[in-house]
Design a protein around this ligand. Structure first.
Ligand code: NIG
Ligand code: FE
Length: 390
C-alpha cells in the first residue's frame, strides 16, 4: 500500500462542510493522509509508517482545479485578432475559421504536442482534471482525429463538430447539420456533445436536433449558450438535461432563475469575459439567484487563450463579482459538478487525491496575487506530477 502524508498545513481547503468551516470546509486539521491515491484521513498527526511525508508549513492545500471547458485541440494563434480587439474591434464567431484552416493543415503529432504543452502549463498551475472539446476540424476526419488527440489526455472528451458552419457549407448550413447527425455523431467516441448555439453559429432548432442525435448515440449534452447574443439555448439545455450551460454572458434574469431551479450547472468563463472585454459582475447575478456555478478557462486561441485556473479565479473575483471563496469553490467543486463527477473537486474521505499545494498560507492569495504562479506542487491520484498524463 502506498501512503503519503501532507503535514503542518497552514490552510486545508476540503470543500466539505462536514469536514470544516464555511463554503470551502476549512479544516482545523494539519495533516492529510493519502492511501492508494485516495484521501484516507484528516488527522492532527502523521500516522506511523507512512511512506512519504510532505511538509506544508506556510502552505495551502486544496483540491486540484477542475477545468470543465477547454478547446485545446488546435493549431496556430490569433494574436492579431486579439490586438485588433485592443483597438476596439468586437469579438465574433468569424475568427474560428482561421483556426479551422490551421488545424486541418496540422499533423496529429503537432496537435498532440500543442495539447501536451498547454496541459503542462495547466498542471503547473494546479489543474488536475480537464475537459477537451473538438471543434476546429469540422470534417468527419478532422473531428475524429481531434477527439483521438484529446482522448490521449483525458476521458472528459466533447464532440463540438457544431462549433461553426465550415466554409464549404456556407451556402448549405443544414447540409452540415446533416453531416454531423448522420456521419460524425455515429462515429464519435466522445463522452459529451456540445453545440455553439449563437449568432454566427447554430440556431436553437439546429442545436436541438444535434443534441438529441448525440444523446441517442449515448453522449451527454452540454451547451455554449448566450455568449454573444441571447437565444433560447438555456431553456433547451434544461429541457435536454444538459450537465452544463456555458458562457451565459447575455442571459436574462429569467434564464438565470430557470438555471437556478434546474440541475444544469452554470459555467462562467472569466478568461473569455476578460479577453473579449464583455460582461462585468456576471457572477453575482447567478450566485445571488442560487444557481450552481462552475468556472473554467475556455482555453482557446480566439476568446480566451489562458490555461490558468488561478487567473480565472482572480478574474472571477475582480471582474465577475465572485467572493474569493465562491470563486475557489466554482473552480474545484463547481467544475466537478459540471462534469457530473463526485470523485473529484473535494478532499472528502475516499475522493481521488488530486491536490494543489500553494506556496502561500491562504487560498485568498489565488485572487489577491494575480499573475503570480503560487502552485508549488500538483498531485494527481496522490503522486507529484510535473508533466500532464491521463
Ligand atoms: O468558447 N464560443 C465558441 N467557441 C469558443 C471560441 C472559439 C474561438 O474564438 O476560436 C469560446 O469562446
Ligand atoms: Fe468555449
Amino acid at each position: 500500500m502506498s501512503s503519503v502524508a501532507l503535514t503542518n498545513i497552514a490552510t486545508l481547503v476540503t470543500n466539505s462542510t462536514a469536514l470544516g468551516d464555511g463554503l470551502l470546509g476549512i479544516s482545523a486539521m494539519k495533516t492529510l493522509v493519502i492511501e492508494n491515491g485516495k484521501i484516507a484521513a484528516l488527522s492532527d498527526r502523521v500516522p506511523e509508517g507512512v511512506g512519504e511525508v510532505i511538509d506544508c508549513a506556510g502552505k495551502t492545500v486544496l483540491p486540484g482545479f477542475v477545468d470543465s471547458h477547454t478547446h485545446l485541440v488546435f493549431a496556430g494563434d490569433r494574436s492579431a485578432e486579439f490586438a485588433a480587439r485592443s483597438r476596439g474591434e468586437k469579438y465574433s464567431a468569424g475568427g474560428i475559421k482561421t483556426t479551422v484552416s490551421a488545424t486541418r493543415a496540422a499533423s496529429d503529432a503537432d496537435l498532440t504536442s500543442n495539447v501536451q504543452s498547454l496541459l503542462d502549463e495547466a498542471l503547473a498551475q494546479g489543474t488536475t482534471t480537464v475537459e477537451i472539446k473538438s471543434g476546429y476540424g469540422l470534417t468527419l476526419r478532422d473531428e475524429l482525429r481531434s477527439l483521438d488527440v484529446a482522448r490521449a489526455f483525458t476521458d472528459e472528451t466533447t464532440l463540438l463538430a457544431a462549433h461553426v458552419i465550415p466554409e464549404e457549407f456556407a451556402n448549405n448550413p443544414d447540409g452540415y447539420v446533416d453531416l454531423i447527425i448522420n456521419e460524425i455523431i455515429p462515429a464519435s467516441t466522445a463522452k459529451w456533445i456540445d453545440v455553439f448555439c449563437d449568432a454566427g453559429a447554430f440556431s436553437p432548432e439546429q442545436t436541438r436536433a444535434i443534441l438529441q442525435a448525440g444523446k441517442s448515440a449515448g453522449m451527454l449534452p452540454r451547451i455554449h449558450a448566450n455568449q454573444l447574443s441571447r437565444t433560447t439555448a438555456v431553456a433547451l439545455a434544461i429541457e435536454l438535461d444538459a450537465a452544463s450551460a456555458d458562457h451565459l454572458s447575455a442571459s436574462t434574469d429569467a434564464d438565470i432563475e430557470a438555471l437556478a431551479a434546474s440541475s444544469t450547472i452554470a459555467t462562467l468563463l472569466p478568461g473569455a469575459e476578460f479577453s473579449t472585454q464583455h460582461e462585468g459582475r456576471l457572477g453575482r447575478r447567478f450566485l445571488d439567484r442560487g444557481a450552481r456555478v462552475a468556472i473554467a478557462t475556455d482555453c482557446n486561441p480566439g476568446s480566451s487563450y489562458t490555461t490558468s485556473m488561478p487567473f480565472c479565479i482572480s478574474a472571477a473575483v475582480s471582474l465577475l463579482g465572485f467572493t474569493v471563496e465562491e470563486a475557489v469553490y466554482a473552480a474545484t467543486s463547481g467544475g466537478a459538478a459540471a462534469l457530473r463527477r463526485t470523485d473529484i473537486g473535494s478532499l472528502e474521505i475516499g475522493a481521488l487525491a488530486d491536490i494543489a499545494i500553494l506556496k502561500s498560507p491562504s487560498y485568498i492569495h489565488l485572487a489577491y496575487r494575480p499573475g503570480a504562479n503560487l502552485v508549488e506542487t500538483t498531485l494527481k491520484a496522490g503522486r507529484k506530477v510535473k508533466t500532464w498524463q491521463k
